[in-house]
Unconditional design. Sequence first.
Length: 563
Amino acid sequence: MHPSAIANYPAGVPREVDPEQYRSLAHLFEESFERYSARPFSVCMERWMSYGELDGSSKALAGWLQAQGLEPGARIAIMLPNVPQFAVTMVGVLRAGYTCVNVNPLYTARELEHQLRDSGATAIVILENFAATLEQVIERTAVRHVVVAAMGDLLGGLYGTWITLAVRHLAKMVPAFKLPLDDGRTVTAFPDVLAQGAGLPLRPDASTLDSVAFLQYTGGTTGLSKGAVLTHRNIVAATMQAEAWFTPALERAGDLSKVNSIAALPLYHIFALTLCLLAIRQGSHLTLIPNPRDIGKFVEVLKKRPFHMLPAVNTLFNALLMHPDFKTIDFSSLFVSQAGGMAASEGTARKWFDATGCPMIEGWGMSETCAIGTNNPVMNKSFTGNIGLPLPGIDIAIKDDEGETLPNGEPGELCIKGPNVMVGYYNQPGETAAAFTADGYMRTGDIAVMQDDGYSRIVDRKKDMILVSGFNVFPNEVENVISLCPGVVECAAVGIPDEKQGEAIKVFVVRADVSVTEDAVLRYCQDQLTGYKRPRQIEFRESLPKTNVGKILRRQLRQGSVA
């Protein structure tokens, strides 16, 4: 770690963490379940789940999965929003010795098919709301076992049944679906899995710290997302790094079991997932927000009880600030407002502090680093505008294209090394080799400057990746889709500044037929791309600027759009 970073390290925060104290994530889970059995783990729609219940349900699911005869390390897809079934499934998959493949529930059929085929997933746990999407692609995947969850499954008795029926029949949020049972496939309801699994033995977890725990999919430079291979060691280290960094602020609650962290960001995203694992490690609890886009209901939940940690992207902080009832919330227990996933704006940070008295703490991380990298000290009294110091056990360096470390103050590529950094991309040896320097640092694609005090700030992005509300969008994927739209000759996607989302997507299109309209292109994207990947603007051009070898100059298009 840089000497000046060490000199500015917060008091009481260790310089290193030791993941070797655990055999695997299952070992960490079981230690927590033994210690915290009676404590609350989560609350969703005012229905609570204890650590003891998470232990029992996840053990039953793990036993059921093992009984299906899946090979060790089998990939299990999880396509769930922030409902109690997510933690039960994630913990159960890992306790059974398998690998979690987190899937965005809002994926289109095209996106879902790629991820299932690329990962080789042989089982999936999916909320019934999204099963119609799976129906379109399942026969072209290796999936043999489907577990279908309903919204109210773990919300208890009559209330849970009512919630499920309301979602199905009143809100009409469950499109009709029929999953094929040929070719040896099974389709089982989530409650039936838990009932059957409760009577089954659970074989001892054979995973080690070097086993693969998660395939966390992120944007790919080829236009297809790729799976960052995160081992048990990576995840255990990141959980301990988060604990070391955030505990000084959370201890102000007096008792960590009282700490209430708000899980509004999707748990399939690495940012929220890491904070979920932190809660398990320290025995605190989560408030699950299944639909954070409904800001009115979100505000109502925040008013119900004291909350201590609110992780969010800049977009979500903004949306909360703009709601008329936001000022009626009691912020006296809010100790950490953690900003990540995208750049935090100073304007939003100022408004947030004025409204809550709690400064936004900005950090930086990636899927490839388990969301952990650098962070500002959590006891800060004000917003800094930089990304902070490396967390325990992490080294960062600013390097040039040849991999040489640059002096302080000089911009270069932010590179990172630490026990939380992925081992590579799944079945992508070329991408993996390109991601690391000769001395073992991972290239991040962010251009940063290290200051003399050891703090760093991001100044640009080396890659063309677009960051929409904290989600990575690679232009190639958007371009590949739009290039198949009838009447489109070629296109280029760029990110443009957007006050709400950080960036929005603008696509420049050369068309063969002038009758192709902006509306036609946007309608085509509607069926092929998840919401955050859809362009906000379409601009038609006679031609696109290119290099002498024919590469489209996205940077030139981007600069022209900002000017």
